[in-house]
Design a protein around this ligand. Sequence first.
Ligand code: SAM
Length: 278
Amino acid sequence: MNITASYIRQRLQGDYTSQESGNLSRLICCEILGQKAVDYYLGKDITLSVKAEQELESILTRLHHFEPIQYILGEARFLGRTFYVAPGVLIPRPETEELVELMLKELSPISRILDIGTGSGCIAVSLAKELPESQVTAWDVSEDALSIAASNSKSLQVAVRFEQRDVLTYSPDATERYDVIVSNPPYVIEAEKQEMEQNVLDWEPSLALFVPDTDPLRFYRRIAMLGLEMLVPGGKLYFEINRAFGEDIVSMLRESGYHAIRLQKDISHNDRFVIAEK
Ligand SMILES: C[S@@+](CC[C@H](N)C(=O)[O-])C[C@H]1O[C@@H](n2cnc3c(N)ncnc32)[C@H](O)[C@@H]1O
């Protein structure tokens, strides 16, 4: 069978905008079916074997059910590196790339770093890669996430220490010390569900996304408390946050005794990061 990119775009049309169909068809043609970019842009035919034809049909069915393309490809890009992703782990977001870039500008190259809620390991592995003299530890409550993160650490050749911890209940022992704690914890409130895209709601793990409407700061409050025990004096907290709760998080940190608290915006001008010092 011979197909062209426009055939794929047409098949996706009912479910996706024309821009989304264009992006998806490029990824399918070039990343999965192996077409050269120049042939794709010239609109050239792709000849499919029976097996490739079946694979294409299965991809189109998965996309019809709004499965994220990153799960279909089995990978997502983060700060120029390829991370393995699968259902069970949050797909890394561009805002989180900004958080890591900000940290890289500010951190001492030799730091003891803890990443809480590591997911795919994108933060921990990127920091370990860029700061090879640092010691990076990463926690998650989810076994699926930890196994995906460990596989990313292995394929990207860094030594991150992964530990299964429920941050809401874990009590550190008195010797556990870090210079930096970073977290992009679950921060979407249930009330925001109605504004969310189907590919996120139906496919990405709820465990990674949601907090109750009645307690949106649950993770930040707990991590701030742990930080008082585990951070060295002058140690830093780096949070990615829900843009609706920036001022609340700043107040909570101030009341907990942190100082040099900064609320920073992301590239879209939304309050997105909070940094504080113990
Ligand atoms: C928003 S995701 C962030 C994933 C990754 N750090 C990133 O930035 O792409 C939050 C992560 O927190 C983890 N998590 C949820 N509840 C947790 C808990 N009680 N203790 C530890 N980790 C938890 C989830 O499994 C998920 O991997």
